[in-house]
Design a protein around this ligand. Structure first.
Ligand code: ADP
Ligand code: MG
Length: 305
């Protein structure tokens, strides 16, 4: 048999994902045909202005909210097709979620070990293994000495570490975090991002982290920016002889739509009707009044082929 195996499916795959909030006759289209794919073992950061749709995307990926249209698949689960039972199993075993507020994942009356054991009930982890696994997870996030502290006895950073252990209690293949460092000071935020990265690597997780932290690019494989409910650009750090630099790409969807970065729009004054002409292997976007022959390339306007 010499069949070439197909490339593995990305663990997170969104195509044309739409999410509409409907309340009292009002409709908000929070995700407007979003495309995203994240490979197994990859960690990406999602950035974007407030209101751009980041939390909505995370809630759909977490199985807390439904796609209104389009495709959302995570670890082989089609999120538009889940019934109630499937949804509960998905949320318990496929994704771990870290919230902005650690308290959202913690029970105030329980110590750290019991907090981590709690989701194992719904996850049906073997009873005898639960305590050992919880201790192991807490040790892995650097809290081996704080097993019996209750949330109020822990610092904000330590609480977020317990929340991370809680999110990983049922060994999900996918880790989601929505602004997990927003409540923390700079140094603690940095340390938590490093913990997330280390756990993600050690456990081979696929991770999507929403953040405002401009430093996050150094902790992840790729930074994806969302604008108006769509993925607009993505940035990777590439190392070459001149050192490390950010390589930013604009994302074009299947229909050929893309978002021109605002700085370029402002600098060129491009708006409304524009002229799009072929230029070598690419295309140029020019003002409509530039005339059909302008383009500066012998390839401009040439037919395909
Ligand atoms: P971000 O996390 O990037 O700040 P959100 O996903 O929270 O953005 O919000 C995206 C858009 O959806 C915003 O316009 C917001 O006002 C709207 N929105 C969010 N949640 C709701 C809701 N429950 N009902 C109605 N509109 C909502
Ligand atoms: Mg948000």
């Amino acid at each position: 048999m010499s069949a070439v195996s197909p490339p593995p499916e990305p663990v997170v795959r969104c195509e044309g994902l739409v999410h509409i909030y409907r309340s009292e006759g009002l409709e908000v289209v929070a995700l407007q045909g979003l495309d995203l794919s994240v490979d197994e073992g990859e960690m990406i950061a999602i950035v974007g202005r407030s209101g751009s749709g980041k939390t909505t995307l995370m809630n759909v990926l977490a199985g807390l909210d439904w796609p209104s249209a389009g495709l959302a698949r995570v670890a082989g689960w089609d999120l538009a097709q889940l019934d109630e039972g499937g949804r509960a199993t998905y949320r318990t075993t496929v994704v771990g979620y870290v919230w902005q507020q650690a308290q959202a994942s913690l029970t105030a009356e329980l110590d750290a070990v019991k907090n981590v054991q709690l989701p194992m009930v719904a996850g049906r982890r073997p009873w005898a293994a639960r305590r050992g696994e919880a201790v192991e997870l807490l040790a892995a996030v650097g809290l081996g000495e704080r097993l019996h502290s209750r949330p109020a006895q822990l610092s904000a950073g330590e609480q977020q570490r317990v929340a991370l252990a809680v999110a990983l209690a049922n060994r999900p293949p996918v880790l989601l975090a929505d602004e997990p460092t927003a409540q923390l000071d700079g140094a603690t935020a940095h340390a938590i991002l490093e913990d997330l990265r280390r756990m993600q690597r050690e456990l081979g997780l696929t991770a999507v982290i929403v953040t405002h932290d401009p430093q996050v690019a150094h902790h992840v494989d790729r930074v994806v920016q969302i604008r108006d409910g769509r993925t607009s650009t993505e940035t990777r750090w590439v190392a070459d002889e001149t050192g490390a630099r950010a390589d930013e790409l604009v994302i074009m969807d299947r229909a050929g739509r893309l978002q021109v970065p605002p700085a370029l729009l402002a600098a060129t004054g491009l708006a409304g009707r524009v002229r799009v002409v072929r230029h070598g292997r690419g295309v140029l976007i020019l003002p409509a009044d530039s005339g059909p022959a302008v383009g500066g390339s012998p390839d401009a306007g040439a037919p395909d082929g």
